[in-house]
Design a protein around this ligand. Structure first.
Ligand code: HXC
Length: 259
């Protein structure tokens, strides 16, 4: 697929990086951009050499939301029958290797929802998060009212969804939306550091950890714990478990083969 609205590159052939690239519209998300993002992530996911992915935007905006201009004239019939806007938004959820959101600048509406669909968020100190849809006479439509309360709790999620106010990076970290905050000029360095670290671990264990944590969002505690236990048991069938534990016992660095 030819990419126009995203830039795709790798770091060391191991980390797949997708940069949203609609700068004039602050990376407002339209169908074409979401198609390209989904295709890029799927291609990286299928690439044996890639161990982790990063989705990022520009210094000014990770993404300022879904494209309001494109949505402005839609009718209920358009959006319902065509499944517009949301049709291609969930592709990212089918990706099995980790995806980190590296967020600087505005991360609003669908942009915030996209960041929350990633596995974790590293925020630059200039990041601003919000669900301002209420100001447009709508509500979040790509998981904002569902994923936000699961990560920040009901009160903060209600505050953000009902008032539409933005929170800064410090508030986002303190409420659990972002996993860490770093200076803007260190955002990619720090995110790549995390991604490369993940690439060096057993890919099977990494995928199992992602699947298991995601299970906690989608099931009750007893089922989730049972799922985790079976995944844990299954990892004892891997060569990487033997390697990881042998390396620890013999005080050397593990060399995982992803098998
Ligand atoms: C289309 C957008 C846009 C958006 C910004 N732009 N956000 N275009 N959709 N979401 C465009 C502006 O129209 C403008 O174009 C250019 O980007 C620069 O924006 P400015 O407003 O001039 O910049 P600034 O004054 O710095 O303000 C930045 C901002 C503001 C605070 C982020 O742009 C803003 O409030 N944007 C809308 C945020 C929003 O409501 N997001 C939620 C969308 S609904 P021109 O051509 O004038 O230069 C949503 C639903 C998700 O996301 C549903 C998922 C299924």
């Amino acid at each position: 697929m030819a990419y126009e609205l995203v830039e795709v590159r790798t770091e060391g052939g191991k980390v797949g990086i997708v940069t949203l690239n609609r700068p004039k519209q602050l990376n407002a998300l339209n169908n074409q951009l979401m198609d390209e993002l989904g295709a890029a992530l799927r291609a990286f996911d299928a690439d044996e050499a890639i161990g982790c992915m990063i989705v990022t935007g520009s210094e000014k905006a990770f993404a300022a939301g879904a494209d309001i201009g494109a949505m402005a004239t839609y009718t209920f019939a358009d959006v319902y029958k065509g499944d517009y806007i949301t049709r291609n938004w969930e592709t990212i959820r089918s990706v099995r290797k980790p995806v980190i959101a590296a967020v600087s600048g505005f991360c609003l509406g669908g942009g915030c929802e996209l960041a929350m669909m990633c596995d974790f968020i590293i925020a630059a100190d200039n990041a601003k998060f919000g669900q301002p849809e209420i100001k447009l006479g709508i509500i979040p439509g790509a998981g904002g009212t569902q994923r936000l309360p699961r990560s920040v709790g009901k009160s903060k999620a209600m505050d953000m969804a009902l008032t539409g106010r933005m929170i800064d990076a410090t508030e986002a970290e303190s409420c659990g939306l972002a996993s860490r905050v770093v200076p803007l000029d260190k955002l990619m360095e720090e995110t790549l550091g995390a991604a490369l670290m993940i690439c060096d671990y057993s890919q099977i264990a990494v995928m199992a950890a992602k699947e298991s944590v995601n299970r906690s969002f989608e099931t009750g505690l007893a089922d989730g714990v049972m799922f985790e236990r079976r995944m844990f048991h299954a990892l004892f069938a891997t060569t990487d478990q033997k390697e990881g534990m042998d390396a620890f016992v013999n005080k050397r660095k593990a060399q995982f083969k992803h098998q």
